[in-house]
Design a protein around this ligand. Structure first.
Ligand code: PLP
Length: 451
Protein backbone atom coordinates (compact mmCIF):
# COMPACT_ATOMS: atom_id res chain seq x y z
CA UNK A 1 0.00 0.00 0.00
CA UNK A 2 2.91 2.33 0.42
CA UNK A 3 3.41 4.44 -2.67
CA UNK A 4 3.99 7.94 -1.46
CA UNK A 5 7.21 8.85 -3.17
CA UNK A 6 5.73 9.11 -6.60
CA UNK A 7 5.29 5.72 -8.20
CA UNK A 8 8.60 4.37 -6.94
CA UNK A 9 9.59 1.19 -8.76
CA UNK A 10 10.32 -1.95 -6.74
CA UNK A 11 14.04 -1.36 -7.17
CA UNK A 12 13.99 2.18 -5.75
CA UNK A 13 16.80 2.70 -3.26
CA UNK A 14 14.40 3.32 -0.41
CA UNK A 15 13.10 -0.23 -0.67
CA UNK A 16 16.42 -1.82 -1.58
CA UNK A 17 17.86 -0.35 1.63
CA UNK A 18 15.37 -2.15 3.81
CA UNK A 19 15.44 -5.25 1.60
CA UNK A 20 11.64 -4.98 1.31
CA UNK A 21 10.20 -5.94 -2.06
CA UNK A 22 7.70 -3.20 -2.76
CA UNK A 23 5.41 -5.54 -4.64
CA UNK A 24 5.23 -7.88 -1.63
CA UNK A 25 3.82 -5.18 0.64
CA UNK A 26 0.11 -5.54 1.39
CA UNK A 27 -1.72 -3.57 -1.28
CA UNK A 28 -4.28 -2.10 1.09
CA UNK A 29 -4.43 -1.14 4.75
CA UNK A 30 -5.06 -4.17 6.93
CA UNK A 31 -8.68 -4.91 7.78
CA UNK A 32 -10.74 -7.93 8.76
CA UNK A 33 -12.77 -9.98 6.27
CA UNK A 34 -16.46 -9.25 6.54
CA UNK A 35 -17.51 -12.21 4.40
CA UNK A 36 -18.68 -14.58 7.10
CA UNK A 37 -19.12 -11.97 9.81
CA UNK A 38 -22.49 -12.26 11.49
CA UNK A 39 -23.50 -8.81 12.66
CA UNK A 40 -25.62 -9.05 15.80
CA UNK A 41 -27.75 -6.07 14.73
CA UNK A 42 -30.66 -5.88 12.33
CA UNK A 43 -30.12 -4.26 8.88
CA UNK A 44 -31.64 -0.89 9.80
CA UNK A 45 -29.16 -0.63 12.69
CA UNK A 46 -26.16 -1.89 10.71
CA UNK A 47 -26.16 1.23 8.53
CA UNK A 48 -26.08 3.47 11.60
CA UNK A 49 -23.99 1.60 14.16
CA UNK A 50 -20.43 1.48 12.89
CA UNK A 51 -17.27 2.73 14.57
CA UNK A 52 -14.97 3.84 11.77
CA UNK A 53 -12.15 4.91 14.09
CA UNK A 54 -12.03 2.49 17.04
CA UNK A 55 -8.42 3.45 17.86
CA UNK A 56 -9.00 7.22 17.98
CA UNK A 57 -7.98 8.57 21.45
CA UNK A 58 -10.63 11.33 21.26
CA UNK A 59 -13.51 8.92 20.56
CA UNK A 60 -15.32 11.01 17.89
CA UNK A 61 -18.92 10.01 17.24
CA UNK A 62 -18.48 10.74 13.52
CA UNK A 63 -15.49 9.49 11.54
CA UNK A 64 -13.00 12.38 11.15
CA UNK A 65 -11.89 13.49 7.67
CA UNK A 66 -8.16 12.84 7.27
CA UNK A 67 -7.69 15.58 4.70
CA UNK A 68 -4.03 14.89 4.07
CA UNK A 69 -2.06 13.53 1.15
CA UNK A 70 0.82 12.06 3.16
CA UNK A 71 1.50 10.42 6.52
CA UNK A 72 4.80 10.67 8.45
CA UNK A 73 6.54 7.30 8.69
CA UNK A 74 7.93 5.85 11.97
CA UNK A 75 11.51 5.48 10.65
CA UNK A 76 13.53 5.09 7.48
CA UNK A 77 13.18 1.33 7.67
CA UNK A 78 9.56 0.95 8.84
CA UNK A 79 6.20 1.67 7.27
CA UNK A 80 3.27 3.04 9.24
CA UNK A 81 -0.25 1.84 8.41
CA UNK A 82 -0.67 4.72 5.92
CA UNK A 83 1.86 6.65 3.89
CA UNK A 84 0.04 8.28 0.96
CA UNK A 85 -3.66 8.91 0.46
CA UNK A 86 -3.79 7.46 -3.05
CA UNK A 87 -2.68 4.17 -1.46
CA UNK A 88 -4.72 4.40 1.72
CA UNK A 89 -6.45 6.92 3.95
CA UNK A 90 -8.18 6.25 7.30
CA UNK A 91 -11.44 7.96 6.25
CA UNK A 92 -11.57 5.87 3.08
CA UNK A 93 -10.67 2.70 5.02
CA UNK A 94 -13.56 3.39 7.42
CA UNK A 95 -15.93 3.72 4.46
CA UNK A 96 -14.54 0.61 2.77
CA UNK A 97 -14.96 -1.38 5.98
CA UNK A 98 -18.54 -0.20 6.46
CA UNK A 99 -19.42 -1.06 2.85
CA UNK A 100 -17.77 -4.50 3.20
CA UNK A 101 -19.84 -5.08 6.32
CA UNK A 102 -23.07 -4.16 4.50
CA UNK A 103 -22.17 -6.21 1.40
CA UNK A 104 -20.95 -9.23 3.47
CA UNK A 105 -17.81 -8.98 1.35
CA UNK A 106 -14.25 -10.10 1.97
CA UNK A 107 -13.28 -6.47 1.32
CA UNK A 108 -14.62 -3.39 -0.45
CA UNK A 109 -12.79 -0.57 -2.25
CA UNK A 110 -13.98 2.97 -2.89
CA UNK A 111 -13.42 4.79 -6.20
CA UNK A 112 -13.95 8.29 -7.54
CA UNK A 113 -17.01 7.26 -9.59
CA UNK A 114 -19.08 4.18 -10.36
CA UNK A 115 -17.38 4.14 -13.77
CA UNK A 116 -13.89 3.97 -12.27
CA UNK A 117 -15.12 1.09 -10.08
CA UNK A 118 -16.42 -0.68 -13.22
CA UNK A 119 -13.23 0.14 -15.13
CA UNK A 120 -11.21 -1.51 -12.35
CA UNK A 121 -13.28 -4.69 -12.72
CA UNK A 122 -12.42 -4.77 -16.44
CA UNK A 123 -8.72 -4.74 -15.44
CA UNK A 124 -9.17 -8.35 -14.29
CA UNK A 125 -9.60 -9.30 -17.96
CA UNK A 126 -6.56 -9.70 -20.21
CA UNK A 127 -6.34 -9.20 -23.99
CA UNK A 128 -7.83 -12.18 -25.80
CA UNK A 129 -10.15 -13.08 -22.92
CA UNK A 130 -13.92 -12.75 -23.20
CA UNK A 131 -16.53 -10.88 -21.20
CA UNK A 132 -20.21 -11.79 -21.35
CA UNK A 133 -22.58 -8.95 -20.52
CA UNK A 134 -26.30 -8.65 -19.97
CA UNK A 135 -28.13 -7.11 -22.94
CA UNK A 136 -29.35 -3.93 -21.25
CA UNK A 137 -26.53 -3.07 -18.87
CA UNK A 138 -25.89 0.57 -18.01
CA UNK A 139 -24.97 2.56 -21.14
CA UNK A 140 -21.72 3.84 -19.62
CA UNK A 141 -20.47 0.31 -18.98
CA UNK A 142 -21.47 -0.69 -22.49
CA UNK A 143 -19.50 2.28 -23.84
CA UNK A 144 -16.47 1.40 -21.71
CA UNK A 145 -16.49 -2.20 -22.89
CA UNK A 146 -17.12 -1.46 -26.57
CA UNK A 147 -15.02 1.67 -27.04
CA UNK A 148 -12.12 1.06 -24.67
CA UNK A 149 -11.84 -2.56 -23.50
CA UNK A 150 -12.52 -3.92 -26.98
CA UNK A 151 -9.63 -1.86 -28.35
CA UNK A 152 -7.43 -3.48 -25.71
CA UNK A 153 -8.21 -6.88 -27.19
CA UNK A 154 -11.03 -7.88 -24.84
CA UNK A 155 -13.79 -9.80 -26.62
CA UNK A 156 -17.35 -8.82 -25.78
CA UNK A 157 -20.46 -10.98 -26.04
CA UNK A 158 -23.93 -9.63 -25.12
CA UNK A 159 -26.63 -12.15 -24.17
CA UNK A 160 -29.99 -12.19 -22.45
CA UNK A 161 -28.75 -13.25 -19.00
CA UNK A 162 -32.28 -13.95 -17.76
CA UNK A 163 -31.94 -17.12 -19.88
CA UNK A 164 -29.13 -19.09 -18.25
CA UNK A 165 -29.00 -21.59 -21.12
CA UNK A 166 -27.96 -18.73 -23.40
CA UNK A 167 -25.26 -17.67 -20.95
CA UNK A 168 -23.95 -21.22 -20.66
CA UNK A 169 -23.90 -21.59 -24.44
CA UNK A 170 -21.91 -18.35 -24.78
CA UNK A 171 -19.12 -19.50 -22.41
CA UNK A 172 -15.87 -20.53 -24.09
CA UNK A 173 -12.51 -21.53 -22.58
CA UNK A 174 -11.50 -17.86 -22.95
CA UNK A 175 -14.44 -16.47 -20.96
CA UNK A 176 -13.10 -14.67 -17.92
CA UNK A 177 -16.02 -12.65 -16.61
CA UNK A 178 -19.81 -12.38 -16.76
CA UNK A 179 -21.11 -8.93 -15.84
CA UNK A 180 -24.81 -8.42 -15.13
CA UNK A 181 -27.29 -6.03 -13.57
CA UNK A 182 -30.35 -7.39 -11.80
CA UNK A 183 -32.90 -5.99 -11.91
CA UNK A 184 -31.50 -4.40 -15.06
CA UNK A 185 -31.79 -0.71 -15.65
CA UNK A 186 -34.23 0.43 -17.01
CA UNK A 187 -36.06 -2.71 -18.25
CA UNK A 188 -36.00 -4.51 -14.86
CA UNK A 189 -35.01 -7.89 -16.26
CA UNK A 190 -34.21 -10.27 -13.42
CA UNK A 191 -31.30 -12.71 -13.55
CA UNK A 192 -30.91 -15.62 -11.11
CA UNK A 193 -27.65 -14.81 -9.29
CA UNK A 194 -27.48 -18.07 -7.32
CA UNK A 195 -27.91 -20.35 -10.34
CA UNK A 196 -25.70 -18.23 -12.59
CA UNK A 197 -22.89 -18.20 -10.01
CA UNK A 198 -23.11 -22.00 -9.63
CA UNK A 199 -22.75 -22.43 -13.42
CA UNK A 200 -19.84 -20.01 -13.60
CA UNK A 201 -18.01 -21.43 -10.59
CA UNK A 202 -17.97 -24.86 -12.20
CA UNK A 203 -16.29 -23.28 -15.25
CA UNK A 204 -13.88 -20.99 -13.42
CA UNK A 205 -15.57 -17.82 -14.70
CA UNK A 206 -15.99 -14.75 -12.48
CA UNK A 207 -19.42 -13.26 -11.85
CA UNK A 208 -19.68 -9.50 -11.40
CA UNK A 209 -23.02 -7.96 -10.42
CA UNK A 210 -23.70 -4.24 -10.68
CA UNK A 211 -26.21 -3.90 -7.85
CA UNK A 212 -26.54 -0.12 -7.96
CA UNK A 213 -30.32 -0.35 -8.42
CA UNK A 214 -30.67 -2.23 -5.14
CA UNK A 215 -27.86 -1.20 -2.76
CA UNK A 216 -26.88 -3.73 -0.05
CA UNK A 217 -29.92 -2.72 1.94
CA UNK A 218 -32.01 -4.71 -0.55
CA UNK A 219 -29.61 -7.23 -2.09
CA UNK A 220 -26.17 -8.68 -1.29
CA UNK A 221 -24.83 -10.39 -4.44
CA UNK A 222 -21.72 -11.79 -2.74
CA UNK A 223 -23.89 -13.71 -0.27
CA UNK A 224 -25.72 -15.12 -3.30
CA UNK A 225 -22.47 -16.41 -4.83
CA UNK A 226 -21.19 -13.50 -6.95
CA UNK A 227 -17.43 -12.90 -6.88
CA UNK A 228 -17.70 -9.15 -7.36
CA UNK A 229 -20.35 -6.56 -6.55
CA UNK A 230 -20.16 -3.08 -8.06
CA UNK A 231 -22.10 -0.06 -6.85
CA UNK A 232 -22.33 3.43 -8.24
CA UNK A 233 -22.28 5.10 -4.81
CA UNK A 234 -23.43 8.27 -6.59
CA UNK A 235 -26.94 6.82 -6.33
CA UNK A 236 -28.33 5.40 -3.08
CA UNK A 237 -25.19 5.53 -0.91
CA UNK A 238 -24.85 9.28 -1.30
CA UNK A 239 -28.60 9.61 -1.64
CA UNK A 240 -28.68 13.38 -2.15
CA UNK A 241 -27.39 13.73 -5.74
CA UNK A 242 -24.40 15.69 -4.48
CA UNK A 243 -21.43 13.30 -4.54
CA UNK A 244 -19.84 10.89 -7.02
CA UNK A 245 -18.28 7.57 -6.07
CA UNK A 246 -18.23 3.84 -6.68
CA UNK A 247 -17.48 0.61 -4.82
CA UNK A 248 -16.05 -2.72 -5.80
CA UNK A 249 -16.69 -5.43 -3.22
CA UNK A 250 -15.13 -8.86 -3.60
CA UNK A 251 -15.55 -12.32 -2.14
CA UNK A 252 -11.94 -13.41 -1.62
CA UNK A 253 -8.40 -12.28 -0.80
CA UNK A 254 -7.03 -12.85 -4.28
CA UNK A 255 -9.56 -10.54 -5.91
CA UNK A 256 -9.11 -8.03 -3.09
CA UNK A 257 -5.38 -7.84 -3.79
CA UNK A 258 -5.92 -7.36 -7.52
CA UNK A 259 -8.56 -4.66 -7.12
CA UNK A 260 -6.52 -2.84 -4.45
CA UNK A 261 -3.43 -3.01 -6.63
CA UNK A 262 -5.29 -1.32 -9.52
CA UNK A 263 -6.89 1.23 -7.20
CA UNK A 264 -3.43 2.32 -6.10
CA UNK A 265 -1.59 1.87 -9.39
CA UNK A 266 -4.19 3.76 -11.44
CA UNK A 267 -4.92 6.39 -8.81
CA UNK A 268 -8.70 5.97 -8.97
CA UNK A 269 -9.41 5.90 -5.23
CA UNK A 270 -12.03 8.10 -3.59
CA UNK A 271 -10.75 11.19 -1.72
CA UNK A 272 -11.17 11.67 2.05
CA UNK A 273 -13.93 14.29 1.93
CA UNK A 274 -16.10 12.33 -0.49
CA UNK A 275 -15.47 9.20 1.61
CA UNK A 276 -16.81 11.08 4.59
CA UNK A 277 -19.91 12.19 2.64
CA UNK A 278 -20.67 8.55 1.82
CA UNK A 279 -20.12 7.51 5.46
CA UNK A 280 -22.73 10.12 6.28
CA UNK A 281 -25.09 9.02 3.47
CA UNK A 282 -24.96 5.37 4.58
CA UNK A 283 -26.48 6.25 7.94
CA UNK A 284 -29.82 7.04 6.25
CA UNK A 285 -29.58 4.43 3.49
CA UNK A 286 -32.15 2.07 4.98
CA UNK A 287 -34.69 4.68 6.00
CA UNK A 288 -34.46 6.50 2.64
CA UNK A 289 -34.83 3.33 0.60
CA UNK A 290 -37.67 1.91 2.69
CA UNK A 291 -39.63 5.14 2.37
CA UNK A 292 -39.00 5.67 -1.36
CA UNK A 293 -39.66 2.02 -2.15
CA UNK A 294 -43.10 2.11 -0.51
CA UNK A 295 -43.98 5.10 -2.71
CA UNK A 296 -42.50 3.39 -5.79
CA UNK A 297 -44.85 0.45 -5.26
CA UNK A 298 -47.80 2.82 -5.05
CA UNK A 299 -46.72 4.73 -8.18
CA UNK A 300 -46.17 1.47 -10.09
CA UNK A 301 -49.71 0.35 -9.20
CA UNK A 302 -51.12 3.75 -10.17
CA UNK A 303 -49.37 3.57 -13.54
CA UNK A 304 -50.45 -0.05 -14.03
CA UNK A 305 -54.08 1.03 -13.76
CA UNK A 306 -53.68 4.15 -15.91
CA UNK A 307 -55.41 3.97 -19.33
CA UNK A 308 -52.56 5.83 -21.06
CA UNK A 309 -49.84 3.46 -19.85
CA UNK A 310 -49.10 0.47 -22.04
CA UNK A 311 -46.59 -1.32 -19.77
CA UNK A 312 -44.99 -0.86 -16.36
CA UNK A 313 -41.62 -2.39 -15.56
CA UNK A 314 -41.23 -2.88 -11.80
CA UNK A 315 -40.40 -6.17 -10.03
CA UNK A 316 -42.73 -5.22 -7.17
CA UNK A 317 -45.75 -5.85 -9.42
CA UNK A 318 -47.04 -9.40 -9.11
CA UNK A 319 -47.39 -9.76 -12.89
CA UNK A 320 -43.74 -8.83 -13.49
CA UNK A 321 -42.14 -11.95 -15.05
CA UNK A 322 -39.21 -11.80 -12.60
CA UNK A 323 -41.29 -10.99 -9.50
CA UNK A 324 -40.79 -14.25 -7.59
CA UNK A 325 -37.18 -14.73 -8.59
CA UNK A 326 -36.38 -11.16 -7.62
CA UNK A 327 -37.88 -11.57 -4.16
CA UNK A 328 -35.95 -14.82 -3.68
CA UNK A 329 -32.71 -12.84 -3.91
CA UNK A 330 -33.62 -9.32 -2.79
CA UNK A 331 -35.53 -7.85 0.11
CA UNK A 332 -37.48 -5.29 -1.93
CA UNK A 333 -38.29 -4.11 -5.44
CA UNK A 334 -36.39 -0.83 -5.13
CA UNK A 335 -37.16 2.78 -5.93
CA UNK A 336 -36.76 2.84 -9.73
CA UNK A 337 -39.40 1.89 -12.27
CA UNK A 338 -40.08 2.49 -15.91
CA UNK A 339 -43.12 2.52 -18.18
CA UNK A 340 -44.22 3.06 -21.76
CA UNK A 341 -47.17 5.00 -23.14
CA UNK A 342 -47.13 3.65 -26.68
CA UNK A 343 -46.37 7.09 -28.13
CA UNK A 344 -43.01 8.87 -28.11
CA UNK A 345 -44.45 12.39 -28.33
CA UNK A 346 -46.88 11.64 -25.51
CA UNK A 347 -44.07 10.29 -23.29
CA UNK A 348 -41.98 13.39 -24.01
CA UNK A 349 -44.96 15.58 -23.12
CA UNK A 350 -45.47 13.71 -19.82
CA UNK A 351 -41.80 14.13 -18.89
CA UNK A 352 -41.86 17.83 -19.79
CA UNK A 353 -44.99 18.35 -17.72
CA UNK A 354 -43.66 16.73 -14.54
CA UNK A 355 -42.39 19.18 -11.98
CA UNK A 356 -41.63 17.34 -8.77
CA UNK A 357 -39.71 14.72 -10.74
CA UNK A 358 -36.60 16.53 -11.90
CA UNK A 359 -35.68 15.75 -15.48
CA UNK A 360 -32.24 14.29 -14.97
CA UNK A 361 -30.21 11.16 -15.58
CA UNK A 362 -29.20 9.18 -12.50
CA UNK A 363 -31.38 7.80 -9.73
CA UNK A 364 -31.30 7.06 -6.02
CA UNK A 365 -31.69 10.60 -4.72
CA UNK A 366 -34.03 11.92 -2.04
CA UNK A 367 -35.56 13.91 -4.93
CA UNK A 368 -37.75 12.11 -7.41
CA UNK A 369 -36.29 12.09 -10.91
CA UNK A 370 -37.55 11.30 -14.38
CA UNK A 371 -35.83 10.70 -17.69
CA UNK A 372 -36.14 9.08 -21.09
CA UNK A 373 -33.40 6.40 -21.25
CA UNK A 374 -33.07 6.31 -25.06
CA UNK A 375 -32.03 9.94 -25.31
CA UNK A 376 -30.50 10.35 -21.85
CA UNK A 377 -28.96 7.64 -19.60
CA UNK A 378 -28.57 5.06 -22.40
CA UNK A 379 -27.82 7.44 -25.28
CA UNK A 380 -24.26 6.02 -25.45
CA UNK A 381 -25.69 2.73 -26.77
CA UNK A 382 -25.96 3.09 -30.58
CA UNK A 383 -29.54 3.12 -31.99
CA UNK A 384 -29.07 -0.14 -33.87
CA UNK A 385 -27.91 -1.97 -30.72
CA UNK A 386 -30.36 -0.44 -28.27
CA UNK A 387 -33.19 -2.74 -27.26
CA UNK A 388 -35.13 -0.11 -25.29
CA UNK A 389 -38.51 1.26 -26.44
CA UNK A 390 -38.11 4.91 -27.48
CA UNK A 391 -41.24 5.95 -25.49
CA UNK A 392 -39.82 4.51 -22.25
CA UNK A 393 -39.92 6.82 -19.22
CA UNK A 394 -37.85 5.99 -16.13
CA UNK A 395 -38.81 7.31 -12.72
CA UNK A 396 -36.61 7.27 -9.65
CA UNK A 397 -38.79 7.76 -6.62
CA UNK A 398 -37.58 9.96 -3.79
CA UNK A 399 -38.80 10.64 -0.28
CA UNK A 400 -41.33 13.41 -1.01
CA UNK A 401 -44.91 12.86 0.11
CA UNK A 402 -46.38 10.02 -1.92
CA UNK A 403 -49.60 12.00 -2.51
CA UNK A 404 -47.68 14.88 -4.08
CA UNK A 405 -45.77 12.50 -6.34
CA UNK A 406 -48.93 10.69 -7.41
CA UNK A 407 -50.76 13.98 -8.10
CA UNK A 408 -47.85 15.35 -10.11
CA UNK A 409 -47.88 12.28 -12.30
CA UNK A 410 -51.66 12.35 -12.82
CA UNK A 411 -51.48 16.05 -13.74
CA UNK A 412 -48.71 15.39 -16.23
CA UNK A 413 -50.84 12.73 -17.91
CA UNK A 414 -53.82 15.09 -18.03
CA UNK A 415 -51.68 17.77 -19.56
CA UNK A 416 -50.15 15.46 -22.14
CA UNK A 417 -53.58 14.09 -23.07
CA UNK A 418 -55.18 17.49 -23.47
CA UNK A 419 -54.70 19.79 -26.41
CA UNK A 420 -53.52 22.66 -24.29
CA UNK A 421 -50.58 24.59 -25.72
CA UNK A 422 -47.16 24.31 -24.06
CA UNK A 423 -47.61 27.48 -22.06
CA UNK A 424 -50.41 27.01 -19.58
CA UNK A 425 -52.49 29.90 -18.31
CA UNK A 426 -54.03 29.45 -14.89
CA UNK A 427 -57.69 30.33 -14.68
CA UNK A 428 -58.21 29.50 -11.02
CA UNK A 429 -55.68 28.64 -8.37
CA UNK A 430 -57.44 25.31 -7.71
CA UNK A 431 -57.02 24.25 -11.35
CA UNK A 432 -53.49 23.10 -10.98
CA UNK A 433 -52.76 22.25 -14.57
CA UNK A 434 -49.15 23.21 -14.57
CA UNK A 435 -46.16 22.70 -16.77
CA UNK A 436 -42.59 21.97 -15.78
CA UNK A 437 -41.80 25.63 -15.08
CA UNK A 438 -40.83 25.57 -11.41
CA UNK A 439 -42.14 29.09 -10.83
CA UNK A 440 -45.65 27.98 -11.86
CA UNK A 441 -45.93 25.68 -8.93
CA UNK A 442 -47.30 27.11 -5.70
CA UNK A 443 -44.44 25.95 -3.45
CA UNK A 444 -43.04 29.39 -2.61
CA UNK A 445 -44.99 32.55 -1.73
CA UNK A 446 -45.18 35.07 -4.56
CA UNK A 447 -43.36 38.37 -3.92
CA UNK A 448 -45.84 41.34 -3.55
CA UNK A 449 -44.33 43.13 -6.59
CA UNK A 450 -45.27 40.16 -8.78
CA UNK A 451 -48.95 40.12 -7.72
N1 PLP B 1 -23.84 1.43 -12.80
C1 PLP B 1 -25.11 1.82 -12.99
C2 PLP B 1 -26.21 0.80 -12.92
C3 PLP B 1 -25.41 3.16 -13.26
O1 PLP B 1 -26.68 3.52 -13.47
C4 PLP B 1 -24.34 4.09 -13.33
C5 PLP B 1 -24.62 5.52 -13.59
O2 PLP B 1 -25.72 5.94 -13.84
C6 PLP B 1 -23.05 3.65 -13.14
C7 PLP B 1 -22.83 2.31 -12.86
C8 PLP B 1 -21.89 4.60 -13.22
O3 PLP B 1 -21.78 5.32 -12.04
P1 PLP B 1 -21.18 6.81 -11.96
O4 PLP B 1 -22.11 7.69 -12.68
O5 PLP B 1 -21.10 7.03 -10.48
O6 PLP B 1 -19.84 6.78 -12.60
Amino acid sequence: MADGDGDAPASASRYAKTSTNYNDLPTYPERPSFKDFKNGLRPNSQVVVFDGSPGDPFKPSSMPIYQTSTFVQPSASEFGPYDYTRSGNPTRTALEKHVALLESAYASFAFGTGMSALMTVTRLVKPGEEVIIGEDIYGGMYRLLTNISRHQGIVLVAVDTTNLDLVEAAITPRTKLVHIETPSNPMMHVTDIRRLSAILQSKGVLLSVDATMMSPHLMKPISLGADICVQSATKFFGGHADTMGGFVSVGDANLANQIAFCQNAEGTALGPFDSWLFLRGIKTLAIRIDRAQATAQRIAELLGAHPQVTKVFYPGLKDHPGHELHFSQAKGAGCVLSFTTGNLRFSQRVVDALRLYKLTVSFGSVHSLCEMPCTMSHASVPDEERTLPSDLIRLSIGIEDADDLAEDLVHAFELAASDVPDIIKFKKAEQLLYDSQFQDMPVVPVAPSKL
